[in-house]
Design a binder for this molecule. Structure first.
Ligand code: G3H
Length: 539
């Protein structure tokens, strides 16, 4: 392991040409009211999870810096969004759907041109491997295309009138106001855009603050945002949440809060809003998804899914399998196979072909994981796999902890990293109780092939989590499926279809079905005197 760690970090000249860094990027621009403005105040240093060898030493790479806006500057972005919304009378919220779609299509075309730049920064800023970074970019573009198609469908259905009990009505979805969108560092592009794009396309105006890591990778998209939307419709700010976002929430001018992060941060921010009843929230929060391996099981499949479920992107996914309950009858065989699969995962730098394990972006993360391991060991668990828990700089080699018990921190805490706690069980009721008593309720995975047991567990867990995966790891996709959670894990449901609804409200125009009213409505439509009352069909 020591030899592996010694050769893990490269020297600058060993980095393949397309992924080499140029000079550090000093970013001072932020986007307000259709202008890229320059920030002359303090900057935050942006560091990479990647370290580089220099002689006998290894140093963490500094990628550049990003603006640390103050509260007043953040509020200018909010003012621009408020003005562009103009109490719902702005050009953007009143634009015809077909025209809003054209703006988003223009943005998408410009965004696609930045693929290489964004992918490169994804690797350098958060350590995501090349394949997954490309996947994140492409999946985000696909999501935008699917969102456009879903909105066309929605609009086509709204283009007809309905007649109920003598009342003629047309129902359309209307925007809610100003949305604040914030994403997480593990999917700084994808998860943010799964709220940002639906918010925009439904006619809201937006203030967007990039995640705590994965900040610079938004820079290549700022011109595309600026040029594709009317001034004030999308504003991009940077800085510490405590300084900037707190001020936005406390202003009471945020109508929709789209946030992916911890439930504690979400609660603290929501509490700052002076009129919480007017704040709609779409939240993706903490999770501790269990994988439950039953005694009657296809072990090879369970191991395959559990390894990727627990360790893809080093376990830094909200949907990762964060604790494994394995029946005593199969636990030895499971652990043996699991360790062999884990040993085949290649550690390295994000751009290396086939690499699966990469350095971690969060400062202090390795110490935190060390602390969880030490606590589990002190209470009777062992690290089973060779090299498990060894670290170098920002890199932590995955550790399989066994046997994990309820008094250990890792049994309860969301490690969000490459630790695999395995709990042996005999009585399934202990596992059921874990799920019932858990503060989290995002997803879980069941591995087994006995129909009676699986059927009954599905019923037991259907009221506990948002998604039950059978013989498969937990995951968000496909993006057309609902993504949500219960308890501390989420508020609201996202999917291509649901997000359009989260960022809008059904609004009805109704009249009695009488000759004069029929004539009035027909005239409005014929003379195109309303954007809302129209039977236009989007092709
Ligand atoms: O971090 C949470 C993500 O929503 C997980 O998405 O399951 O596609 O990795 P994923």
């Amino acid at each position: 392991m020591d030899r592996l760690l010694d050769s893990l970090f490269p020297s600058a000249e060993n980095i393949p040409e397309p992924w080499r860094l140029e000079a550090p990027l000093e970013q001072r621009d932020y986007l307000v009211n259709g202008e890229l403005r320059r920030w002359d105040g303090p900057l935050a240093t942006v560091r990479s999870p990647v370290w580089l060898k220099q002689g006998n030493e290894e140093h963490q790479v500094v990628l550049g810096s990003a603006p640390l806006l103050d509260a007043d500057t953040a509020l200018t972005a909010l003012d621009a969004a408020v003005q562009a919304y103009d109490k719902g009378r702005g050009a953007w919220p009143t634009l015809r759907v077909a025209e809003r779609i054209q703006h988003v299509e223009a943005f998408l075309a410009r965004m696609r041109e930045q693929r290489q730049a964004v992918v490169k920064l994804l690797m350098w800023e958060i350590g995501k491997n090349l394949r997954d970074s490309e996947k994140e970019f492409d999946r985000t573009c696909d999501y935008i295309v699917d969102t456009i198609n879903a909105l066309k469908d929605l609009d086509r259905r709204s283009s007809r009138f309905e007649l109920e009990q003598g009342t003629l009505g047309q129902i359309r979805r209307a925007p809610l106001g100003v949305a604040l969108c914030m994403g997480p560092y593990n999917y700084p592009l994808n998860e943010t855009f799964t709220t940002l794009i639906p918010a925009l396309i439904m006619g809201n105006t937006v203030v967007f603050k990039p995640a705590k890591f994965g900040v610079l990778l938004i820079r290549p998209l700022l011109e595309a945002f600026r040029d594709s939307f009317p001034p004030g419709v999308i504003n991009v700010i940077y800085g510490r949440g405590r300084e900037t976002v707190s001020a936005l929430m406390a202003s009471g001018k945020i109508d929709v809060f789209a946030f992916i992060g911890t439930h504690k941060a979400a609660s603290d921010l929501k509490k700052l809003h002076p009129r919480p009843h007017r704040l709609r929230a779409a939240l993706g929060l903490d999770a501790k998804n269990p994988g439950i391996v039953l005694p009657q099981v296809d072990l090879d499949n369970a191991v395959e899914e559990a390894v990727t479920g627990a360790l893809s992107f080093n376990g830094q996914r909200c949907t990762a399998l964060k604790i494994l309950f394995v029946h005593e009858d199969v636990v030895d065989a499971f652990l043996d196979k699991f360790q062999r699969k884990l040993a085949a995962l290649k550690p390295g730098m994000p751009w290396e072909p086939g690499v699966a394990l990469t350095p971690l972006p969060e400062p202090g993360k390795v110490d935190y994981l060390d602390g969880l391991v030490a606590d589990a060991k002190a209470k009777g668990a062992r690290v089973l796999n060779e090299g498990g828990g060894h670290s170098r700089g920002s890199f932590f080699y995955p550790a399989v902890l066994y046997p994990v018990k309820s008094d250990m921190r890792v049994y309860h805490e969301e490690q969000f990293g490459p630790l695999v706690p395995v709990v042996p069980y005999r009585d399934l009721q202990t596992v059921i109780d874990y799920v019932l008593d858990s503060d989290y309720g995002q997803q879980l995975s069941l591995f087994g092939n006995d129909p009676a047991t699986i059927g009954s567990l599905v019923d037991t867990f259907a009221n506990q989590v948002g998604r039950i995966n059978i013989n498969a790891q937990c995951q968000r996709g496909p993006d057309t499926y609902p993504f949500n959670g219960r308890k501390n894990s989420a508020e609201g449901t996202l999917s291509v279809h649901d997000a359009l609804r989260v960022f809008s409200i059904r609004t009805l125009v109704a009249t009695r079905f009488q000759a004069a009213n029929k004539e009035l409505i027909s005239e409005i439509i014929r003379n195109r005197q309303s954007s809302f009352l129209t039977t236009d069909y989007i092709f």
